[in-house]
Design a protein around this ligand. Structure first.
Ligand code: HEC
Length: 135
């Protein structure tokens, strides 16, 4: 029952994200969640805490689902593909944690981590006054 509720909540979180109109501010806000989620994810993996890992993986999945929708709407194929790859990697991490397949998680993490620099190089521009903008 508890697991069911957690799953339901995670599903709502993802749906909630996806229906929000996506401005560049929404996108930036989503990206700001990635590093803290990855930090917590790493701790969860080290502790083999499946619930914590599933929770953080769901956050990442939601961020990259938003990212996918954002770029799809703007018809930018490469960024859409990287978003999908990261989203699928995050989903895999959650699933593997649920199965206790801890030895397979590093490969799923690489799927997520392999997208960051590629997309940032192509679509993120550093502002002279600090911070970033989307290009
Ligand atoms: C599909 C493209 C894409 C992918 C994949 C992606 N990012 Fe980003 N990211 C962006 C863009 C575009 C920005 C600039 C957004 C802005 O600030 O307006 C950004 C900004 C950021 C920021 C700065 C947020 C801020 O303004 O403080 C962080 C941190 C970040 N990304 C982390 C990551 C990490 C870590 C990954 C990989 C796990 C990742 N991103 C994957 C496109 C992407």
């Amino acid at each position: 029952m508890k697991l069911f509720l957690v799953t339901l909540l995670a599903a709502f979180a993802i749906v909630g994200f996806a229906t929000v109109p996506q401005t560049e501010q929404d996108y930036e806000a989503a990206m700001k969640k990635v590093l803290p989620a990855q930090g917590n994810l790493k701790k969860g993996i080290e502790a083999k805490d499946a619930d914590a890992v599933k929770k953080e993986a769901a956050v990442l999945e939601a961020v990259f689902k938003l990212s996918e929708d954002f770029w799809k709407a703007r018809k930018v194929q490469d960024a859409t593909d990287w978003s999908i790859m990261a989203k699928q990697g995050a989903a895999e991490i959650g699933k593997l944690a649920g199965e206790g397949a801890w030895d397979k998680i590093p490969d799923a993490q690489k799927k997520v981590g392999g997208t960051c620099t590629a997309c940032h190089t192509a679509h993120r521009e550093k502002l002279p006054e600090g911070g970033y903008k989307i290009k």
